[in-house]
Design a protein around this ligand. Sequence first.
Ligand code: TXA
Ligand code: MG
Length: 349
Amino acid sequence: MNTKLVVLNKSTTNRKIMEEAGAIIQNGGLVAFPTETVYGLGGDALNPISAGNIYKAKCRPSDNPLIIHIAEWKDLSHLVLSIPEKGKKLAENFWPGPLTIIFPKSEHVPYETTGGLDTVAVRMPNHKLAHAFIKAAGGYVAAPSANTSGKPSPTLAKYVWEDMEGKIDMILQDDVVEIGLESTIIDVTGTIPTMLRPGAITQEMIEKIIGPILIDQTMLNGTDIETPKAPGMKYKHYAPKGELTIIEGNTEKVVNKINELVVTTKEKGFKVGVIATDETIIDYQADVIKSVGKRLEEDIIAKRLYQILREFDQEDVEYIYSESFETTGMGQAIMNRLLKASGYNIIKL
Ligand code: TXA
Ligand code: MG
C-alpha cells in the first residue's frame, strides 16, 4: 500500500484534503491524524472491519479496545447507553480536551471496536484540524496512538511514518503535538469513578469537579498486571529498545548512582545512555546524554519524553538510566509512562 503524507495548513480548514481523508475512513481505510496529545491512527468506529485493520497495522492484540473520537456534543448519545452524572460533569469541564471517559456502550458500537467490552471509551480532542477530519469522516473515529504496538506513541509525523509507512492510506501531518502524552482515562460506569491512566487532566483537576476518585492499582505500580481495568495496560508499552532503569532518590545520590551504573555497564561493552534534566546534564558521563528539560517544567518534559525514547532507539543505545520525577500533577503521567517503558524497573536509593 502507498501511504500518502499530507502536510496540513494551519490557517485554512484544508477542505479538499479533509474530504479525501474522510472518504478513506468511510470506505474502511486508515488515516493517521494529529491531536493535542499524540498522533492517532484513525478508522471508522462503527465499522467492525476498520477496527480489524487498525489492530493489524499496529500489530496490536484485538482484545485491546479503541478510543472513539468525536467532534460534536450531539454525537456522544449515539455511542452510549447512558451518561452517568459524574461523566457528564467531567465532559462539560474538560471537553474538548485530553480526557477519555468510559461509558456503557450503545448497540451502535461494534464489539470489534471495544475489544469485546460492554463499555466504550470516548474523547473529544482539543484540536481544530482533528475536528475537521472527524467530521469529514462521519463523526466517529476510532483511534489508538499511531505507533506500532510496544513503541512510544508518536509526537511527530515522522515517527508515524517510521511505524506506519506502507500499512495505512494517509498521514495528516501537523507541527509537534502540544501535550506529548496520551489522554487521561477515567471510567465512570462504577459507583465511584476510577482513573485508569493519568494524563494532562490530573487527578487533582478531576477531584475538584466530582470529588474523590479511585486509582487503578495497575496504573501506579504494575502489580495485578494480569487483570487491569484498561486492557491496554497489561501490555508492556512505550518501550524503547534499550533496557531502561529508573533511579529514584535525592538528586546528588541519583547522579552518583547513575554514573556508577554507566561505568559498570560500559565496562561490559554496552552503549549507555542517560535521561537527565537541564540541572544535572553536565554531571553525567555516558555515550548519549539527553535532557528532558528543566525539572520544574513538567509540560516540557511530557512533550519531550517519547521523542527522547525514540532517539535512544535510533542511536542504538543498549542501556538507559533515567532520573525519576514527582508523582503529583502532570508528574503522575510522566512517571507512569517512564515506569511502563522500563517494565517497572526502578532502583530506590
Ligand atoms: O490521547 C489519547 O488517548 C490517544 C489519542 C490518539 O487520542 N489515544 C490513545 O489510544 O492513547 P490507545 O489505544 O493507545 O490507548 C487507549 C487505552 C488503552 O489502554 C485501552 O485499553 C483503554 O484505552 N480503553 C479503551 N477502551 C476502554 C474501555 N472500554 N475500558 C477500559 N479501557 C479502555
Ligand atoms: Mg497507545
